[in-house]
Design a protein around this ligand. Structure first.
Ligand SMILES: C[S@@+](CC[C@H](N)C(=O)[O-])C[C@H]1O[C@@H](n2cnc3c(N)ncnc32)[C@H](O)[C@@H]1O
Length: 285
């Protein structure tokens, strides 16, 4: 069950105590739970815009796409690559930038099948994403908040997941236990290459991210997962486009060209990298 316990006040970092439908810190800051059970820990002063993160339309498009299960192989790849000794009862997992909750929801089901009890927290800066997530799954603690300043105490999680998101490494390190794990899931060189060839006149060379390593973390494993899937209607193609950065980056001509397709088979090319927190290198400034 969602507990929303052991969170911290986003204003003064003091522990939050749950009292039925609200969380309160010792300095009197109170955060009410929404009807669907999530809590908003993103105070106005921490917002860079009125409605930060993915818009309502992007969230709906992502949910429509993910519900078709084309990306389920990613869930399998996450479990297949998870360092075995860390998949244990009582583990605490944070999905930082969880979107509308597809991955945590699927992971929760899979953990239950493996008889592993886990405490799952999903956090996203988009209120729309967390509203959708909190309707999808009542077992997860859903929080509106920012990776830039996570409203959780130090060393709170055994694993922090960042899937196609915006990692903030010093915060991820701060909230991880001493031998905690971080998972980065990102696009590989051929991800949605067929779509990109329709949208753009030329394809840029792929640039590996964090190729010099990440301060405070040791790389544990790295793998690429490739599979293909077919979208069999223009509506489904538009949902996929709307959940990617290409919706903003592609030209008018590119987007018009895509409208000519009723069906498209696409390559998913995903890079998964697991890291372990390196306490010797850590400095939380
Ligand atoms: C590409 S989406 C990926 C969502 C989800 N991980 C998935 O793969 O379905 C990126 C997500 O990061 C969220 N986001 C952007 N900036 C953020 C921040 N500073 N802190 C937390 N989430 C953020 C967006 O609202 C969006 O839901």
């Amino acid at each position: 069950m969602s507990t929303l316990e052991n969170l911290s006040c986003p204003i003064d970092a003091a522990p939050l105590t749950r009292d039925q439908r609200s969380l309160t810190c010792e300095y009197g800051h109170t955060y009410d739970l929404a009807k669907t059970g999530y809590v908003n820990l993103l105070p106005v002063q921490n917002k860079r815009s009125k409605d930060p993160g993915d818009s309502k339309e992007m969230v709906i498009a992502r949910q429509n796409f993910l519900n078709q299960q084309h990306y389920f192989p990613i869930v399998n790849a996450i479990f297949a690559s998870w360092p075995r000794e860390h998949l244990v009862n009582g583990m605490r997992i944070l999905d930082a930038g969880c979107g509308e909750g597809y991955y945590l929801n699927e992971m929760g089901k899979s953990l239950a099948e493996q008889d592993i009890e886990a405490e799952l927290t999903g956090l996203d800066i988009s209120k729309w994403a967390i509203v959708a997530a909190s309707k999808r799954d009542k077992m997860v603690s859903w929080v509106v908040g920012s990776n830039a300043s996570l409203p959780v105490p130090d060393e709170r999680y055994d694993a922090v997941l960042c899937l196609f998101g915006f990692p903030v490494f010093n915060e991820f390190s701060r909230v991880l236990t001493d031998d905690g794990l971080m998972l980065l899931v990102e696009s590989g060189p051929n991800h949605l290459i067929e779509l990109r060839k329709i949208l753009y006149p030329s394809i840029h060379d792929y640039k590996q991210t964090f190729s010099d390593g990440i301060a405070g973390f040791d790389l544990v494993s790295e793998q690429e997962e490739t599979f293909s899937f077919t979208l069999d209607s223009q509506e489904k193609i538009q949902d996929l486009l709307s959940m990617t950065p290409h919706i903003h980056k592609a030209s008018y001509d590119g987007r018009e060209a895509l409208k000519q397709f009723d069906s498209i088979t696409l390559t998913a090319d995903i890079k998964l990298r697991w890291y372990r927190k390196n306490v010797k290198e850590v400095s939380h400034v």
